[in-house]
Design a protein around this ligand. Structure first.
Ligand SMILES: NC(=O)c1ccc[n+]([C@@H]2O[C@H](COP(=O)([O-])OP(=O)(O)OC[C@H]3O[C@@H](n4cnc5c(N)ncnc54)[C@H](OP(=O)(O)O)[C@@H]3O)[C@@H](O)[C@H]2O)c1
Length: 289
């Protein structure tokens, strides 16, 4: 039987690497888009083909789609550098891919945005607005779509571990905001399930991991893994809110992150649970290194 061809954008990233593995394991023929093939690392064997191109430059994307029926994109900016901007990457690069998908005969687009993305866009968080604008474009494209809305990723929870390893963990307010972060492998499996299930077409699927914590509990988990007495300090909300405009003058992406954290405190980040990976195991692994 001919395998369904899927194009994965963001394949060199944390989630994209897990997506490549999961979809290859489910019998899909996987084409990975990469700026540099070498960045696929251990995930290279799970790619049937690699196309080196710059999604921000539509001129490099001409043969990209070529026979693919599905586009899965987790491509996005994940640093604090001023250039390229989130508008150029999260929005324009994904829009370039969408336009190639429409022209090239892709049938189904799966796009990874964020949990509560609509509400975060309404609060003026630019990096999220860029992804939500892509969601709007996908819905208007005429293609079949599935929008995935995850909470936080395990990869980003490592920052809590590194704080604890330095001796003091910082939370916003009393750290009572709740989140159920998800491992990249679990999220990739969730995306695989969504692709295999026709009922997910035209749907937005929110998802988090199996365990819910407060941010203070995440830090305590990290201190436990390090076998250290927890030392957790709270950053007052007024300081966060008051300093954001000033920070924005120096670095708009850090200010955006601060606005996200403040909004998250109000909205919460607990989505329907999925998966089998536990944060405690990740922290124990990190502590053993
Ligand atoms: N992190 C979270 O907690 C979280 C939570 C909810 C949703 N999400 C969403 O999930 C997405 C993926 O997250 P992730 O952790 O997998 O991110 P990641 O590891 O940083 O991967 C980002 C991918 O985008 C590509 N990329 C970045 N800048 C680019 C540019 N200028 N031009 C072309 N490609 C570029 C990267 O390619 P290179 O390897 O070449 O740099 C990489 O393949 C995010 O964009 C975010 O919207 C994240």
């Amino acid at each position: 039987m001919t395998k369904t061809k899927v194009l994965v954008a963001g394949a060199t990233g944390y989630l994209g690497g897990n997506i490549v593995r999961a979809l290859h394991g489910r019998g899909y023929w996987v084409r990975a888009l990469a700026r540099k093939e070498s960045r696929l690392g251990d995930n290279r064997p799970f790619c049937d083909e690699v196309v080196e191109a710059e999604a921000t430059n539509p001129g490099t994307l001409n043969d990209l789609v070529d026979g693919a029926k599905i586009l899965v994109s987790s491509l996005g900016k994940h640093d604090f550098k001023r250039k390229p901007t989130a508008r150029q990457v999260d929005y324009q690069a994904n829009l370039n891919l969408l336009q190639r998908a429409v022209a090239g005969g892709v049938e189904h687009v799966v796009f990874v945005s964020v949990f509560n993305g609509g509400a975060l866009r309404e609060r003026g968080i630019d990096s999220i607005a860029c992804r939500e604008d892509v969601v709007d474009a996908i819905k208007a494209s005429g293609l079949t779509w599935t929008i995935i809305r995850p909470t936080g990723f395990f990869n980003d929870m490592k920052d809590f571990f590194h704080m604890a390893a330095k001796g003091t963990g910082w939370v916003i307010g009393d750290g009572a905001q709740r989140i159920n972060p998800i491992h990249g492998a679990d999220l990739a499996d969730f995306i695989g399930d969504a692709l295999d299930d026709p009922r997910s077409r035209g749907q937005e699927r929110s998802v988090g991991g199996p365990d819910t914590f407060t941010f203070r509990e995440i830090l305590e988990l990290a201190f436990d893994a390090l076998r250290r007495k927890p030392k957790v300090r709270g950053l007052p909300f007024w300081l966060l809110n008051g300093s954001t405009p000033l920070v924005g003058l120096v670095n708009p992406f850090v200010a955006d992150l601060m606005r996200s954290v403040a909004a998250l405190s109000e909205l919460g980040a607990v989505a329907p649970p999925y998966g089998t990976h536990h944060l405690a195991d990740l922290f124990l692994e990190l502590a053993a290194k």
